[in-house]
Design a protein around this ligand. Structure first.
Ligand code: ADP
Length: 308
């Protein structure tokens, strides 16, 4: 079983508008509302892959109930810890080819809720073969909360996809995730400088002491594919050109593909191909977290994995 963790889920609302007018009324015809947050995107992709998956994290209030309903409708198993705060709304206004976002910061988690979650998580983790942690931590949780979760679930393999201070905090601790998947921007954020898409530079960067002990590092590079390190092997992943509809959530789809492939014990080549195929399939669809698996094999066969 794969356990996915979303600590700060949301109801994602999209408002398409022909023109966005300030200081007056804007009427929206086609509102789309979905259960969001990076971990829930991962979960939806895993479900489409027919993986056995349970979604967990923190959920509260009326919008928390809506998220549960949304998951029930798609027959996704879930076991969230209820909290007293209200799960957030994230609004994207799509207008004149632009996207204006209004993101609520979400609930503030109390100390009691934090320790109750660690206990809840420990029980779920004991039943899981592999666990994914995705996205930001809500306010109130200490910045090393993912490290505390890693302690609780060890030695279960964890695929971690977060950025900024939460990721830096994990890299400082002794208990390591099995895999991290920074994109180029997140990698630059970790290093405090930009990184060239150059084999020798990427090899040097991923060999830096801050990454010691992490078995897999997959740097995703959007349309340029990916660069990966597994133990002491380095791989360049070259992908074909595709027609992109909406790349939002491609990184989450990649995480789902990598996680399912690792759980299945696939070869390095197959793990990397599956991760990239799912990222690409997500980019080819309008709906985040939705993939058309009929095109899986066609893309899989066009990806080139080169050990360098
Ligand atoms: P994130 O969403 O975390 O920023 P990326 O944008 O790197 O992650 O996307 C993850 C993967 O999805 C890429 O490694 C690639 O396989 C695929 N992908 C994303 N954007 C594109 C694109 N524009 N063209 C082709 N593949 C893409």
């Amino acid at each position: 079983m794969i356990l996915t963790i979303t600590m700060n889920p949301s109801i994602d609302i999209s408002y398409p508008l022909e023109t966005f007018k300030l200081d007056t009324v804007n009427r929206v015809k086609e509102v789309r509302k979905t259960a969001g947050g990076k971990g829930l995107n991962v979960t939806r992709i895993l479900k489409q892959l027919d993986a056995e998956v349970i979604a967990s994290g923190l959920i509260g209030g009326f919008l928390g109930e809506e998220i549960k309903k949304d998951l029930d409708q798609t027959r996704i198993a879930h076991d969230f810890l209820p909290i007293s705060g209200e799960t957030r709304n994230c609004i994207a206004i799509l207008h004149e080819g632009q996207q204006t976002e209004i993101l609520e910061s979400g609930p503030v988690i109390s100390e009691e809720e934090a320790s109750a979650f660690l206990e809840h998580f420990g029980k779920l983790a004991a039943k899981a073969d592999i666990i994914s942690f995705s996205g930001s931590l809500p306010e109130g949780l200490p910045i090393d909360f993912y490290s505390q979760m890693l302690q609780v679930c060890q030695p279960k393999p964890v695929v971690l996809d977060c950025s900024g201070a939460a990721l830096t905090a994990v890299l400082k601790e002794d208990v390591k995730p099995k895999l991290i998947k920074p994109n180029t921007e997140e990698l630059a954020g970790l290093l405090g400088r930009s990184v060239l898409n150059d084999v020798e530079e990427l090899k040097a960067v991923l060999s830096e002491p801050m990454f010691t002990g992490i078995e897999w590092i997959v740097v995703s590079m959007g349309g340029d594919g990916a660069f990966a390190k597994h133990f002491d092997k380095f791989y360049r992943v070259t992908i074909p050109k595709i027609e992109v509809v909406n790349p939002v959530g491609s990184g989450d789809a990649t995480v789902a593909g990598l996680t399912a492939a690792i759980e299945a014990g696939l070869s390095d080549e197959a793990v990397l191909k599956q991760g990239n195929v799912l990222g690409m399939l997500n980019a080819q669809e309008a709906t985040t977290g939705h993939v058309n698996l009929a095109n899986y094999q066609i893309l899989f066969d066009q990806i080139n994995i080169e050990e360098i």
